[in-house]
Design a binder for this molecule. Structure first.
Ligand code: ADP
Ligand code: MG
Length: 287
């Protein structure tokens, strides 16, 4: 049988937009020592806008860079893709669209192999870029992706996301409770560093590939810490399962929600504080 206080707490939490799917995990929530947040869509709104287009080749215009990129991205669900698809006006037909998880997207446009990829992908291929404007975008905390046509670098697209106004307060309150706050992201090192500084995070891990996210959680657990993970994306699901307490942002993907122990209906990171406080109260009454 479910003890009465727990039943009451579960009802109270549901009324406040905190859905407890796993009661054992809820009990562990009172002892959380480290929280790992996904960046995009969790600490930030996950709604990007294109801010800059940079030409990296003489045989293409800025409009063409956007058009090629937008054509491919129209077929991707990624938040970066949505912004680029919206920004490109003259979209072309795409064959053989493929997502490259954690790295980008590709397709055939007008007989040419078009890719939109992360800085990490370029590094992997040994392609180096030295560009003043790109450096400026990176140090301003922007996300930068690159357009390749038939394996040649043609341009860069800079995008900006917005940090959720509630994130700062959530982190400050968690830290006051003695909980280590960390961030995990597939995005570039500079953006991660910028967000980590804005939010006063204890640690961050950048350019983490989707299949490495749960491994990172394991590593943190091996420091003898009770670890919670908060995320919204398909690629966060294994990490949510691995964590001692998996918390999904309600507006996130179905896969994330189904992999989580607790769901925050309001997509407000301050609700992570609320759930910990409620767990502490609930289980204090029982001893
Ligand atoms: P996160 O969920 O932390 O944003 P992802 O694993 O989804 O990380 O993506 C990591 C990086 O891969 C992105 O920051 C971007 O550079 C690149 N990427 C992934 N998908 C796309 C896409 N459709 N278009 C362009 N870049 C992408
Ligand atoms: Mg995300």
């Amino acid at each position: 049988a479910v003890p009465l206080v727990v039943a009451v707490s579960t009802a109270i939490s549901a009324k406040n937009g905190l859905l407890i799917r796993d009661r054992v995990a809820f009990e562990k929530a009172r002892n959380i020592q480290a929280i790992v947040f996904d960046k995009t869509g969790t600490l930030t709104m996950g709604k990007f806008g294109v801010t800059d287009v940079v030409k990296l080749s003489d045989d293409i215009t800025e409009d063409e860079i956007l058009s090629y990129a937008a054509s491919v991205e129209l077929h991707s669900e990624h938040p970066i893709a949505k912004a680029i698809a919206q920004a490109g006006k003259n979209r072309m037909n795409v064959d053989d669209f493929k997502a490259i998880p954690g790295k980008g997207a590709e397709g055939i446009v007008d007989g040419k192999h078009v890719m939109v990829v992360s800085p990490g992908y370029l590094r992997e291929k040994g392609i180096k870029i030295e560009n003043e404007k790109i450096n400026e975008m990176l140090s301003a905390g922007k996300t930068v992706v690159y357009l390749l046509i038939d394996d040649e670098l043609k341009g860069a697209i800079g995008l900006a996301d917005i940090i959720r106004p509630e994130s700062k307060e959530a982190i400050a309150r968690l830290k006051k409770m003695g909980i280590k706050c960390m961030m995990l992201t597939g995005d570039n090192e500079q953006v991660a560093k910028w967000v980590a500084k804005e939010l006063n995070l204890d640690e961050y891990f950048a350019e983490v590939l989707p299949h490495e996210k749960s491994q990172k959680i394991k590593e943190i657990q091996s420091r003898n810490l009770v670890v919670a993970m908060t995320g919204d994306g398909v690629n966060d699901a294994p990490a949510l399962v691995q964590a001692d307490v998996g918390i999904a942002i309600g507006a996130g993907t179905d896969v994330a929600v189904e992999s989580a122990d607790i769901i925050l209906v309001r997509s407000d990171p301050r609700d992570v504080v609320a759930i910990i406080e409620l767990a502490k109260k609930t289980y204090k009454k029982m001893v």
